[in-house]
Design a protein around this ligand. Structure first.
Ligand code: FRU
Length: 470
C-alpha cells in the first residue's frame, strides 16, 4: 500500500539553510531551470510521500535573486495510478509569455519489473508560473526512434532562430550505449526526429545510457553536458556510480551532428549528478546539480527527507576547460559584519580556521610549495578531509563514513585559492576560481571545526563569513 500523506521532517540536524531542498520527502535532479516574469524558477524530481525515490512529481521553488528561494506547490503530479507513472526529468522554456515545461512520462508495465517500462515526452503550460496544465494532446513525442531502447528521457529544450530544438538522453538497441537524440519543432507541440547527434564509443568507456543531456554555447564553443551511466572506474577517474561531465565540440542542427572532444568530469566530489543549466537574462550560463548520487548513504532519510540541490553556479570556459563558481549573488547571503580574517601563528602545525561550521563561507589562499590538509573535525573524528599533495598537484577527499576517496587535480601555480560553501551537511569546494570543484555531503550531529594542518603558516590567508540562514 502506498502511503498517501506527505512526509514531515522529524529532526533538523542535517537540514540545509540556504540550499534548495523540499520541505520533506525525497528529491533528485534539478528540472526546468528558467527565468520567467521576474523570477528564477527551479523544479526538482520529488517524491513527497517518503524519503525514498518513488513515483516522481515536480517540486518547485522560485527566487528573485538566486539565493533566497520561496517554496511553491507541487507543479506536476503523475497520472493515476501514480504507482505506475512518473513525471521524470525535463526542462522549461518561455514562449508567448507562457511557461512551457517539457518532461518525460515514465510508465511502468504490468509485470512490476523495473525494466518493464516505456517513456514518452510531454508538455505542461502555465501563465502565472505557479499553476500548470498538462497539454491535452500529450504525449508530444510518443516513442523513441526504432533503433533506440525504451531509455528515452530528460528533454532539454531551447530556441534557435525561429525553431525550437530538444535533445533527449537515449540508448542504442544494438550496442546498448548512451547517446543524444535531437528533435525540432516550430511550436513546441509538433516534433520531428532529426537524428542522434552523439553516441558513446563503448558502454564501459563512455556509458550505457546518457541521462540529463544539456547543450549550450559558452564563449563561442558548444558544450554537451550530460550524466552518463556506468562508465567504468579508470585509475582516479569515474569513481562515482554514475558521472556528470562534458564534451566540447560543435553542434550542427541541420545535419544533426555534434563533433566532439573526449568526455571530462565536471565535479570531482562524491555528491554531484544530473546537472541542468539555463541562460540568465544577463547572459550568464547558470547551473544547478543534484547534491547526491544514486545509492549513496543518506542518513537524513531517517529524518523524513533526502537530497538537496547544489548552490547555483556560473559556468565559464577557458582553454577548453569549464570553470564553476558560486553565483555572484552569494554576496547577498554574507551577513554584514560577519567577515573575519583568521589569524595564524607562523610556527604552529595545526590551526583552527573556523569553529562550529554551520552556514559559512571560508576563503583561503595558500602557497603550493608544501602539502596541506583541511579537516572537518567533529570532536576527534575527521568527518571530511581534503588533502593536497603539492608534488602531484593532487587533491584528495576522504570521508569517515565512506571507504572510497575522490581525487582532483589543479594546474601548477604558486598560490592556490579555496572557497568553501558550508551548509550544515554539505560543503562545496571551489578551488582556483572554479578550476576544480568538489561537492560533498558530510554527516555530523555536532557542528564540526574546520582545521588546517600545514608546516608553514607564514603566508596563509583566510577569511570567513557567516551566511544567512533562510
Ligand atoms: C537522473 C534520472 C533521470 C530521470 C530521473 C528520474 O538522475 O535517472 O534520467 O529522468 O532521474 O527520477
Amino acid at each position: 500500500m502506498m502511503n498517501d500523506t506527505f512526509m514531515q521532517v522529524t529532526n533538523p540536524r542535517y537540514r540545509p539553510h540556504f540550499h534548495v531542498t523540499a520541505s520533506a520527502g525525497w528529491i533528485n535532479d534539478p528540472n526546468g531551470f528558467v527565468y520567467f516574469k521576474g523570477y528564477y524558477h527551479i523544479f526538482y524530481q520529488y517524491h513527497p510521500y517518503s524519503a525514498e525515490w518513488g513515483p516522481m512529481h515536480w517540486g518547485h521553488a522560485r527566487s528573485l535573486d538566486l539565493v533566497h528561494w520561496e517554496s511553491l506547490p507541487i507543479a506536476l503530479t503523475p497520472e493515476k495510478p501514480i504507482a505506475k507513472n512518473g513525471i521524470f526529468s525535463g526542462s522549461a522554456i518561455v514562449k508567448d509569455d507562457k511557461l512551457y515545461l517539457m518532461y518525460t512520462g515514465h510508465h511502468f508495465g504490468e509485470s512490476g519489473h523495473d525494466d518493464d517500462f516505456y517513456e514518452d515526452q510531454n508538455i505542461a503550460i502555465s501563465e502565472d508560473g505557479i499553476h500548470f496544465k498538462k497539454y491535452e494532446n500529450n504525449p508530444v513525442i510518443s516513442m523513441p526512434p526504432s533503433d533506440n531502447t525504451a531509455n528515452f528521457r530528460d528533454p532539454k529544450v531551447w530556441q534557435q532562430g525561429d525553431m525550437y530544438y530538444v535533445i533527449l538522453g537515449g540508448q542504442t538497441k544494438a550496442e546498448k550505449v548512451g547517446r543524444v537524440l535531437l528533435y525540432a519543432s516550430k511550436d513546441l507541440l509538433n516534433w520531428t526526429y532529426e537524428g542522434a547527434i552523439a553516441q558513446a564509443d563503448t558502454a564501459d568507456q563512455e556509458g550505457y545510457m546518457w541521462e540529463c543531456p544539456d547543450i549550450f554555447s559558452l564563449e563561442g564553443q558548444d558544450v554537451l553536458l550530460m550524466s552518463p551511466q556506468g562508465i567504468q572506474p579508470n585509475h582516479e577517474k569515474y569513481l562515482n556510480l554514475h558521472q556528470t561531465g562534458y564534451m566540447i565540440g560543435k553542434l550542427d542542427v541541420d545535419t544533426a551532428q555534434f563533433e566532439r572532444n573526449a568526455f571530462v568530469e565536471i565535479d570531482h566530489g562524491h555528491d554531484f549528478y544530473a546537472s541542468q543549466t539555463m541562460l540568465a537574462p544577463d547572459g550568464r550560463r547558470l547551473m544547478f546539480g543534484w547534491m547526491a548520487m544514486w545509492e549513496s548513504i543518506m542518513p537524513e532519510q531517517a529524518d523524513g527527507w533526502a537530497g538537496a540541490l547544489t548552490f547555483p553556479r556560473e559556468l565559464t570556459i577557458k582553454d577548453n576547460h569549464i570553470y564553476m563558481n558560486p553565483v555572484a549573488e552569494l554576496d547577498q547571503l554574507r551577513i554584514n559584519g560577519s567577515k573575519k580574517a583568521v589569524p595564524f601563528t607562523p610556527n604552529a602545525t595545526e590551526q583552527l580556521v573556523l569553529s562550529e561550521a554551520d552556514s559559512h563561507e571560508v576563503q583561503l589562499q595558500l602557497k603550493t610549495d608544501e602539502d596541506y590538509t583541511l579537516k572537518f573535525m567533529a570532536e576527534n573524528d575527521a568527518v571530511l578531509t581534503l588533502h593536497y599533495d603539492h608534488q602531484a598537484n593532487k587533491l584528495t577527499i576522504a570521508r569517515s563514513d565512506r571507504p572510497d576517496q575522490r581525487v582532483g587535480y589543479v594546474k601548477s601555480a604558486a598560490v592556490m585559492t579555496l572557497q568553501l560553501l558550508i551548509d550544515r551537511s554539505s560543503v562545496e569546494f571551489f578551488i582556483n576560481d572554479g578550476e576544480t570543484v568538489f561537492t560533498e555531503r558530510y554527516y555530523s550531529e555536532i557542528h564540526p571545526n574546520v582545521v588546517l594542518d600545514k608546516i608553514n603558516f607564514a603566508d596563509v590567508q583566510a577569511t570567513t563569513y557567516e551566511l544567512e540562514k533562510n
